[in-house]
Design a protein around this ligand. Structure first.
Ligand code: PEP
Length: 252
């Protein structure tokens, strides 16, 4: 049985006090509901990590960052290394989010470097991939995702890939209110799992968790999560309200 995961990506939202409050309310909820099926990860801004870590006491509730540096330490003003993230108590880092690819020009090579460094620091990686609208309309979405994964991820050994969760996030669905249909999500998730099978083996492919991300909300989560190759979600906007976020986790 592979892990089912719901990860919340807070992006650049919530000041420290608001973030602590949100984390507390989510932790309180899961303390009273220890039987939640999915693992839950809160991916907060860097400055929240050390404050949120001691709050997360509930079973299966974890903490992650949204980016990390591509170098381990040194004269890189303003950067945060994977070791620093790990030292806060966080277990995960999101890499390759489309907002990082688009606004900060992160390409597959730099994302591969960050992934290797993060894994070496003992972090688990949530590696994002996905096509933009024009690429889907041109029928290039499979090729785009294939290149992102081949160059960004498939240099890893099978043992290392076990510490990676893939998030398929069609860029046209992120923050737009447009969601991939459950069938579109399943089709791409199956394609990704088959790629992993070809590159590694069936056991690795069957074990890897693949999340869907893109305007996932309480009203559509159940149907999307019911697809056989969808193992959960990476949630943006709906992760900022406790009620919506826990309702998505409960959609399993
Ligand atoms: C995201 O940022 O990863 C995301 C999926 O955002 P949203 O849920 O708001 O579309």
């Amino acid at each position: 049985m592979r892990k089912q995961i719901v990860a919340g990506n807070w992006k650049m939202n919530k000041n420290l006090q608001e973030g602590i409050e949100l984390a507390k309310s989510i932790n309180d909820y899961f303390m009273e509901k220890p039987a939640a099926k999915a693992e839950v990860i809160l991916c907060t801004p860097f400055i929240h990590l050390a404050g949120v870590a001691p709050i997360l006491k509930a079973n299966k509730l974890f903490l992650g960052a949204q980016n990390c540096a591509s170098e381990p330490s040194g004269a890189y003003t303003g950067e945060i290394s994977p070791d620093m993230i790990k030292s806060t108590g966080a277990q995960y880092v999101i890499l390759g989010h489309s907002e990082r690819r688009t606004y900060y020009l992160e390409d597959n090579a730099i994302l591969n470097k960050k992934t290797v460094l993060a894994l070496n620091s003992g972090l688990n990686v949530i590696f994002c991939c996905g096509e933009v609208k024009e690429e889907r309309e041109a029928g290039k979405h499979f090729d785009v995702v294939k290149t992102q994964l081949k160059e960004g991820l498939f240099t890893l050994k099978a043992e290392e890939l076990k510490k990676v969760v893939i998030a398929y996030e069609p860029v046209w669905a992120i923050g737009t209110g447009l969601t991939a249909s459950p069938e579109q999500a399943q089709e791409m998730h199956k394609y990704i799992r088959d790629l992993v099978k070809t590159q590694y083996c069936e056991t690795v492919a069957n074990g890897i968790t693949i999340l869907y991300g893109g305007s996932c909300k309480p009203s559509n989560a159940r149907e999307i999560f019911s697809k056989p190759d969808v193992d959960g979600g990476l949630i943006g906007g709906a992760a900022l309200k406790k009620e919506d976020f826990v309702a998505i986790v409960e959609a399993f």
